[in-house]
Design a protein around this ligand. Structure first.
Ligand code: ADP
Ligand code: MG
Length: 249
């Protein structure tokens, strides 16, 4: 992967709002992720973190505000959503691998269908990425024979195989057995080192402190505090940030 990491990704979110009925979930969110940066998004459950990620990938349409990814204004109604989506790697809490396909096929299928790569080319790229996440030896296995952490690493290899400009992670380790979390975080740390642009929703404060260039604390649909990890996690200024950190640290 390190040879193919694309540092072209940049995310600019400006004044994004989103309501579901009368529930105002995002109340004017602005944040930037510069090319090659890792930004960790933290905050209590229900604060709108997943909704923001879903807006960035246009799984939800913001009600107002703008989102730019690379040179694409994704909130422009004319934006080619399919073209845009394939430039963004997504890793969720639940990895959604196809159970009837092998690990290798799981990594190759979208490359073949969406990018129109040949089977040979797709499989070669998949194997390279599986090797990168330490799972080349599992290529012919079914996902069900893997641990949760291994399945999540397959999901990361699958996302990388699409040559994304940037990666969005939504609590990638929250559903995992504690003993498999470390290997997933190690892969993510490697990606960060290789220059991948990453926006990561996480409760792993150790990871955020060590890897993030910036930490953004959200609560109640607003950005309460943002800055360098050492500052936001180590010396928070806002009472809500302090209260949240006292519960998760
Ligand atoms: P977080 O990821 O920070 O836990 P979410 O973005 O998942 O927060 O949720 C924020 C709020 O938005 C919650 O009150 C949730 O119930 C609501 N919400 C999220 N998605 C939808 C949806 N598709 N329809 C209705 N309400 C939603
Ligand atoms: Mg969430």
């Amino acid at each position: 992967m390190s040879d193919t990491a694309n540092t072209g990704g940049r995310i600019v979110v400006e004044g994004v709002t989103k309501a579901f009925g009368s529930n105002e979930v995002l109340k004017g969110i602005s944040l930037d992720v510069n090319p090659g940066e890792v930004v960790c998004l933290i905050g209590p459950s229900g604060s709108g973190k997943s909704t923001l990620l879903r807006c960035i990938n246009l799984l939800e349409r913001p009600d107002a505000g703008t989102i730019t990814v690379g040179d694409t204004l994704v909130t422009d109604p004319e934006c080619d959503i399919d073209d845009f989506r394939r430039r963004v790697g997504l890793v969720f809490q639940h990895f959604n691998l196809f159970p009837h396909l092998t690990v290798l096929e799981n990594c190759s299928i979208a490359q073949r269908r969406v990018l129109k790569r040949s089977r040979a080319e797709a499989d070669e790229i998949s194997l390279r990425n599986l090797e990168h996440v330490g799972l080349a030896d599992k290529a012919m296995d079914k996902p069900s024979s893997l641990s949760g952490g291994q399945q999540q690493r397959v999901a990361i290899a699958r996302a990388l195989s699409m040559d994304p400009e940037l990666m969005l992670f939504d609590e990638p380790t929250s559903a995992l057995d504690p003993e498999t979390v470390g290997d997933v975080l190690a892969v993510m740390r490697g990606l960060a080192k290789a220059g991948m642009t990453m926006l990561v929703v996480t409760h792993e404060m150790g990871f955020a402190r060590e890897v993030a260039d910036k930490v953004v604390f959200m609560d109640g649909g607003v950005v309460v505090e943002a800055g360098q990890a050492a500052q936001v996690i180590g010396a928070p200024q806002n009472a809500r940030t302090k209260e949240f950190l006292s519960r998760v640290l």
